[in-house]
Design a protein around this ligand. Structure first.
Ligand SMILES: Nc1nc2c(ncn2[C@@H]2O[C@H](COP(=O)(O)OP(=O)(O)O)[C@@H](O)[C@H]2O)c(=O)[nH]1
Ligand SMILES: [Mg+2]
Length: 324
């Protein structure tokens, strides 16, 4: 990285896309000196962040997330917005096919001068990928993108993670793909601010409409995240670009319903949780690298595994060794 973080921050704030890409590469790096530069970069851009509408879009592979993001993104660009798209896919293999698929699915967006598309960083844990995406989102905001769309594959914990970094969480379902009511975990439904039932077109239209009604009923039974908003179902066809304006209108209605205070509170809670997450990770890292604690860890781990030492006792002893 030839440029200093403060120089890079200025170029990002200037809307320089190459600088933005560079900045994201910097925050994605795990090298210790890069982490320091990344922290300086984030500090430098912080005052310029927060102005975007942050939307998460989650769903099973093949439900149409990338197609929908392209359709929604193009509509937003037409309306004069600047749109950044980030992806979280902890399951994606290095240089894997899903990213290539997404690239062609979002080719129009990728080519548009007012859009910025960044595929998921490959490798690493969900926590690691999520941290980099959070930081990338802030950089995109600093670069003047006023809408950030985060695509995530609905596997494991990734929905919870993305819900924890956006203003509005959209669950995308496609009929006939195992996305019937029984197939979706209640916990995921509870995270959704909006349920979009996609592929309401062609031969699937009738099934999709039934699916949409089923979900409307199911959502009635779920306790809303906030008294201000009851999750709603929006039928879409990403392929035929129908329901896209309605989807965006619903995102804005959700924002309006929450109001500035609740939204600020939500973001504040997210930032606080992010800080504590960082702290526990960093602390654990230090414990692991502390010679005394590490030695004791190696000694105690087999004993814990063999059932000779209670895990809480071992943890306490390692912590004591670390502090001393
Ligand atoms: N019929 C129909 N097919 C769709 C629709 N949206 C996406 N698809 C198709 O579903 C497949 C998976 O789409 P993709 O956007 O890659 O899904 P993702 O894995 O969720 O990102 C592709 O073949 C799309 O063309 C839709 O609204 N209607
Ligand atoms: Mg995709």
């Amino acid at each position: 990285m030839p440029r200093s973080p403060s120089e890079l921050a200025l170029q990002i704030a200037d809307g320089n896309r190459r600088a933005l890409a560079r900045g994201i590469t910097l925050v994605e790096s795990t090298r210790a000196d890069h982490r320091e530069e990344a922290a300086a970069l984030l500090t430098a851009v912080m005052a310029r962040t927060g102005a975007a509408v942050r939307v998460g879009i989650s769903g099973a592979p093949g439900s149409g997330k990338s197609t929908l993001i392209q359709a929604l993104g193009m509509a937003l660009l037409d309306a004069g917005h600047r749109v950044a798209v980030l992806a979280i896919d902890p399951s994606s293999p290095r240089g894997g096919g899903s990213i290539l698929g997404d690239k062609t699915r979002m080719d129009e967006l990728t080519r548009h001068p007012n859009a910025f598309v960044r595929p998921s960083p490959t490798g690493g844990t969900l926590g690691g990928v999520a941290r980099r995406t959070r930081e990338a989102m802030l950089l995109c905001e600093a670069a003047g993108f006023d809408v950030v769309l985060i695509e995530t594959v609905g596997v494991g914990q990734s929905e919870v993670t993305v819900e924890g970094m956006v203003d509005c969480f959209v669950l995308l379902l496609a009929p006939g793909g195992g996305d019937d009511l029984q197939g979706i975990k209640r916990g995921i439904m509870e995270l959704a601010d909006i349920v979009a039932v996609n592929k309401v077109d062609g031969a699937l239209a009738a099934v999709a409409e039934t699916t949409a009604r089923d979900y409307e009923h199911a959502l009635q039974l779920i306790r809303p995240k906030t008294a201000a908003w009851r999750p709603v179902v929006v039928p879409t066809s990403a392929l035929e670009r129908r329901g896209i304006d309605e989807l965006w209108a619903t995102v804005l209605a959700h924002r309006e319903a929450l109001g500035a205070t609740t939204l600020a509170q939500r973001r504040g809670d997210q930032a606080r949780a992010w800080m504590w997450g960082e702290l526990s990770e960093a602390l654990l890292d230090r414990v692991r690298r502390d010679p005394a604690a590490a030695a004791l860890m190696r000694e105690l781990e087999p004993e814990v595994a063999a059932g000779l030492v209670p895990p809480p006792t071992a943890a306490q002893r390692i912590l004591d060794a670390f502090g001393s």
